[in-house]
Ligand binder design. Structure first.
Ligand code: C2O
Ligand code: CU
Length: 573
């Protein structure tokens, strides 16, 4: 695998409205082959066959530079249809290669292939790629590193870099777990371990299991590029005796944040510096769960070892970092609320000030009736009636259509989606006493239509229905500024007064705090069909998703590109 062909091309990023910047990026062109196939892996002393890219778990690391153009030819040699998504890549005007199943494409069927064109623009830092169909991303994911064009970071040059992929390990077949959960309507089986770069670390059940070990030299500084590819839980992360300095997140730079722990949600990526400046020894790198809901979950931690190079007697007990406790929602919120973007002339930001489109989305866990009659359902009973678990945005649980929304939109095919996702929910005391609020939701494939060029604000409001939890909300096709965050109900009068419009973090995934809210802003400058969903896989499965369709502007340069000659065919209905 590698870059087979390199040539220069000019990428013209057209900006509009009052931004009027014309940035010309000289990029290189890369070609990669991704071969999806079943591979045997043994972990926790048990062997299973699972879908991988190029036989590896985690999958291959892709390293390119800002503004490059990358072609991935995805060959499906597996047993079922799959799609691949390039998480955090904006793909200007090119939703065709974005990947979410039945949103921008139908699955790549076994024994076929699909070439995706990945257009990098202003992303710089660490992103990732993952499968975006059913639960296949558990085993199909990897880091996507985007280096500065001149190799210079806006922080002290690290001596070494290390990818850290946080993952989830299921002893069983993930697709079977998904199918069972969908059939029963209950909570999916929980995972068996958490991994760092594919290592589960040794456990009492399986002492032969290896632990990820990173060897460091005293006095050197390391850049960790951390990807949270975990399926269903936010994580706290730290290294014993060492401070961390967050310098980037979701492919954009942050104001350096010195901390002894991170709270990183599924979908997020963080670039973190640490200096090996402690007594020569071994220290644990640790990721633990942050979970503050009611459902059953996997409370295992993932450990790696930071091992100093040199002569010393290894400690009898390796020190572990003290991370916030499992249910410490305050620690989680404090970390997220302290994020700021770098916002320098070299790395400017462009926060919308005069909002032309306001959207307010309430996020809930819900139930749906157990149908058809005679079915046994494992959702939480409501008034002694069986239910299936569901989830919603503005009380609409997303139904995935049979053919992709992008195709239906582009070719005016009716009866695939409707354009009536409401701009605000029915009002209730979202985070207060919800005992009189129905836990049942409605279903639909409703999208949010947005005019090209609008200055958009979306307030994402967590609710207390069923189980108040943190929800890592992710938007495709954009990064956005998190201008406000808080607990309780969003207050339309007082909260905007405290917005950070100076250096808000620019991200693609943000944890909406448990029983709290975030306000995000962006310019709708990327026409296309863009999925928005909770990055906890079980919530996304239950319908905590919607789609933003950003309409074309008035010129070809502000319109969706032509589709590629070949798209994976959809089933004929
Ligand atoms: Cu990381 Cu919709 O995806
Ligand atoms: Cu969620």
């Amino acid at each position: 695998m590698g870059s087979l062909k390199k040539k220069n091309f000019m990428l013209i990023c057209l900006m509009f409205l009052h931004i009027l910047v014309l940035c010309m990026a000289q990029g290189q062109v890369h070609h990669y082959d991704f071969v999806l196939k079943e591979t045997n892996f043994t972990k926790l002393c048990s062997t299973k066959s699972m879908l991988t890219v190029n036989d590896s778990f985690p999958g291959p690391v892709i390293t390119v530079r800002r503004g490059d153009l990358v072609y991935f030819n995805v060959h499906n040699q597996g047993k079922y249809g799959v799609t691949i998504h390039w998480h955090g890549v904006k793909q200007p005007r090119n939703p065709w290669s974005d990947g979410p199943e039945n949103v921008t494409q139908c699955p790549i069927q076994p024994a076929t292939n699909f070439t995706q064109e990945i257009i990098l623009s202003d992303e710089e830092g660490t992103l990732w790629w993952h499968a975006h169909s059913d639960w296949s991303r558990a085993t199909v994911h990897g880091a996507f590193v985007i280096l500065p064009p001149d190799g210079k970071y806006p922080f002290p040059q690290p001596d070494f870099e290390q990818i850290i992929v946080l993952g989830t390990w299921y002893k069983g077949d993930v697709m079977a777990i998904y199918d069972d959960a969908v059939a029963s309507g209950g909570n999916p089986n929980i995972s068996d371990a958490h991994t760092i770069n594919g290592f589960t670390g040794n456990s009492t059940d399986c002492p032969t299991e290896e632990t990820f070990t990173m060897r460091v030299s005293y006095g050197k500084t390391y850049l960790l590029r951390i990807v949270n590819a975990v399926m269903n839980e936010e994580r706290f992360f730290g290294i014993a005796n060492h401070n961390l300095t967050l310098v980037g997140m979701d492919g954009a730079y942050t104001q350096p944040l010195i901390t002894d722990y991170l709270m990183i949600t599924p979908g997020q990526t963080m670039d973190v510096l640490f200096t090996a400046n402690q007594t020569l020894s071994q220290y644990y790198m640790l990721s633990t769960a942050y979970f503050d809901g009611f459902a059953e979950f996997d409370n295992t931690s993932a450990k790696g070892i930071i091992e100093y190079i040199g002569n010393y007697t290894p400690p009898s007990t390796i020190p572990s970092p003290t991370l916030p406790e499992l249910r410490n929602a305050t620690a989680a919120l404090n970390f997220t609320a302290s994020l700021k973007s770098l916002a320098t002339p070299q790395h400017p930001i462009n926060v919308p000030k005069n909002i032309t489109r306001h959207i307010f989305i309430a996020i809930s866990l819900n139930v749906l009736p157990c149908l058809p009659a005679g079915r046994t359902c494992k959702g939480p009973p409501v008034n002694n009636t069986e239910t299936i678990i569901s989830a919603s945005l503005n009380n609409i649980s997303f139904s995935t259509p049979k053919i992709d929304i992008l195709e239906a939109y582009y070719r005016n095919i009716n009866n695939v989606f409707t354009k009536d996702f409401p701009d605000s929910p029915e009002l209730f005391n979202f985070t207060g006493d919800v005992t009189n609020i129905s836990q049942y939701t409605t279903q639909g494939t409703k999208v949010i239509m947005i005019n090209y060029g609008e200055a958009v604000e979306i307030v994402l409001q967590g609710t207390a229905i069923q189980s108040p939890e943190n929800h890592p909300m992710h938007l495709h096709g954009y990064s956005f500024y998190v201008v406000g965050i808080g607990s309780g109900n969003f207050n339309n009068f007082s909260d905007p007064e405290n917005y950070n419009l100076v250096n808000p973090p620019e991200v693609n995934t943000i944890g909406v705090p448990k029983s709290g809210w975030v306000a995000i802003r962006f310019f709708a400058n990327n026409p296309g069909v863009w999925f928005m969903h909770c990055h906890l896989e079980r919530h996304a499965t239950w319908g905590m998703d919607t789609v933003l369709i950003v309409k074309n502007g008035s010129t070809p340069e502000t319109s969706i590109r032509k589709p590629p000659a070949y798209m994976p065919p959809c089933p004929k209905s």
